[in-house]
Design a protein around this ligand. Structure first.
Ligand code: BYC
Length: 315
């Protein structure tokens, strides 16, 4: 039998990607492709479950029963998204426990945005509208990512995220139609969440270390700056419609480019937050660590039950 060498395998793999054939768990893949996917999917999964914390903070303080029900459902959805994503990651041979240990030890990243506090009810509107809005902009493209289990998980996640985005925008609309204090609260949330939302798309293309390879493998379909620009173009008219001001004095429609020009992002702040020095990093990791410890007996009981069932079947 003819021996197939690594270069040939890589060429066949790239040809598959280029002709839009999905890569499935049992297919051959370059080790770097597998590692990149584990990194991105686990970061994404961690973002979902850490993202439950700033919103969960408002469940007991939602202004009425309807708002409480909607927020509960949203936070529960995020937990579900984490589950789909951890399952997709496991198909690459990486264990959930290892991934969780990496999150708790600070080795693994999660989205910078969840290291900012939710100080008022309007922040729940801003998170739904801006944070889920930015997430969708990125995630719609991921429905066509080259790895099958990740792409399929994203289809369902996107459907739920668009409901989240709308409920956030509706909160902002209601506040903007309310009292002077409510409008001021909505504007304050906008002022604090606008720039961190733009940072969710990652460093500028010039500083993005992973983009080139991820674009070649069609894990990513667009660059960080392309997605950021699409988000700004889509969101500015929504803010104008309800009377919110974008906190960027350089924001201006550019007729020639057909896009909004925008001001300088504070990349120092981004680096600080990503390296563990944002306003809530310590608190977020401590909450995940406590959840992991509190849930230990449940995992142990489930494992013991599964083992017993297996033994009974075998006897
Ligand atoms: N925060 O080379 P780059 C959600 C890291 S929404 C922290 O451009 P890549 C949710 C990056 O990991 C949020 N770290 O990276 C919404 C890399 O470091 P490493 C989750 C960031 O991967 C509402 C370094 O910076 N969405 O879940 O090509 C409610 C250089 O960056 C960030 C996803 O995760 C950041 N913002 O592109 C609840 C979507 N940005 O790993 C939940 C999937 C960059 O080399 N992920 N870094 O040490 C992606 O699409 C891509 O990973 C990114 C970054 C666009 C985020």
């Amino acid at each position: 039998m003819k021996e197939v060498n690594l270069t040939e395998l890589e060429a066949a793999f790239q040809a598959k990607i280029d002709s839009e054939v999905r890569i499935e768990p049992k297919d051959w893949m370059p080790e770097r492709y597998r590692k990149t996917l584990i990194r991105q999917i686990s970061q994404h999964a961690h973002s979902e479950i850490v993202g439950m914390l700033p919103e969960g903070n408002w469940i007991t303080r939602a202004p009425n029963l309807r708002r409480k029900q909607v927020l509960l459902a949203k936070v529960q959805d995020e937990g579900g998204h984490g589950q789909y994503l951890y399952s997709a990651m496991e198909t690459l041979g990486h264990s959930r426990q290892q991934s969780m240990d990496d999150l708790i030890s600070g080795k693994a990243k999660y989205s910078s945005i969840f290291n900012y506090p939710t100080l008022t009810w309007a922040d729940i509107g801003a998170v739904g509208w801006l944070v889920d809005g930015a997430a969708i902009m990125n995630q719609v493209a991921l429905c066509r990512t080259s790895y099958g289990p990740y792409a399929r998980a994203m289809v369902r996640i996107c459907k739920e995220e668009s409901f989240h985005q709308r409920q956030g925008f509706e909160i902002m609309c209601v506040l903007m139609k309310g009292s002077e204090e409510q409008r001021a609260m909505a504007q304050d949330a906008m002022n604090r969440f606008w720039w961190p939302a733009l940072m969710m798309f990652g460093p500028s293309d010039a500083d993005s270390t992973n983009s080139e390879e991820s674009l070649k493998w069609r894990i990513k379909r667009h660059t960080n700056d392309e997605l950021r620009q699409s988000f700004i173009d889509a969101t500015v008219p929504q803010a104008e419609l309800i009377g919110l001001t974008i906190p960027d004095k350089d924001l201006k429609w550019n007729e020639a480019r057909g896009h909004y020009d925008y001001g300088q992002i504070d990349w120092n702040e981004f680096k600080q937050v990503v390296s563990g020095h944002g306003p809530c990093n310590t608190e977020r990791i401590a909450a995940r660590k406590k959840a992991e410890e509190d849930g230990k007996w449940v995992r142990e009981a489930a494992m013991a039950y599964a083992e017993k069932k297996k033994a009974r079947k075998a006897s």
